[in-house]
Design a binder for this molecule. Structure first.
Ligand code: SAH
Length: 209
């Protein structure tokens, strides 16, 4: 089986399980080669539905988690999106054809360079990788239409990120203890407040502070 067949099998699985819900997110999965965001030796298993190591003790999220979080973000063409935790750059790459601009922050400088390299070899131009600590968001280009957090954040950080979100904007984040089980949440900013919905337990790498 070649990479494109493996990719189609994965997409079929993600649709069948209800993780991929909309045609446009499905198309983004079809368009972005996940192998471009993995170390060479893991390319052969790029289309298995697992998180995989990307260096510095960090992981690229499993495709089903990327699908779930991308759908929860309800991406639209005009969106300006902030991501906290660029990692390999894959989640930002999936968002790139769906939105206007993605700002993605990465704590480890070597991963920020890796994400930049992976995005550039994939021909992506509307993602800006910012090396640094995203625990205070990224006030420079705030407010954002959407914010996605791909590392585990405590409640206080969750609340403070709301300030960088536009009214009506959506924040998707795993909220809970650094080591343990977090709750995947999605919140809409309504009358200046985050209205939070909890989805299910999940495990993300911790936010560094
Ligand atoms: N979205 C990534 C997966 C990220 S894993 C992908 O598609 O590959 C979570 C990432 O969050 C890790 O790379 C980790 O280094 C980063 N991270 C942890 N704490 C952070 C912080 N304070 N600011 C920015 N990034 C952080």
């Amino acid at each position: 089986m070649d990479a494109s067949e493996r990719k189609e099998n994965l997409i079929a699985h993600l649709k069948q399980e209800g993780y991929l819900k909309t045609k446009k997110v499905e198309e983004a999965f079809r368009k972005i080669p996940r192998e471009n965001f993995l170390p060479k030796e893991l390319e052969a298993i790029a289309y298995s539905d697992h998180p995989l190591p990307i260096g510095s003790g960090q992981t690229i999220s499993a495709p089903h988690m990327v699908a779930i979080m991308t759908e929860l973000l309800e991406p639209v063409r005009t969106d300006s999106v902030l991501e906290i935790g660029a990692g390999s750059g894959y989640q930002a790459a999936i968002l790139s054809p769906l939105v206007r601009k993605v700002f993605t922050i990465e704590f480890f400088p070597e991963l920020a360079s890796l994400a930049r390299k992976n995005l550039s070899r994939t021909g992506i131009k509307n993602v800006e990788v910012i090396p640094g600590d995203g625990s205070k968001g990224y006030p420079k280009d705030a407010p954002y239409d959407k914010i996605i957090v791909t590392c585990a954040i405590p409640q206080e950080i969750f609340s403070s990120l709301g300030k960088q979100l536009k009214e009506g904007g959506i924040l998707v984040a795993p909220v809970g203890p650094a080591y343990g089980i977090q709750m995947l949440t999605t919140s809409r900013k309504t009358h200046g407040k985050l209205e939070k919905k909890e989805y299910f337990g999940c495990v993300f790498v911790p936010l560094r502070q």
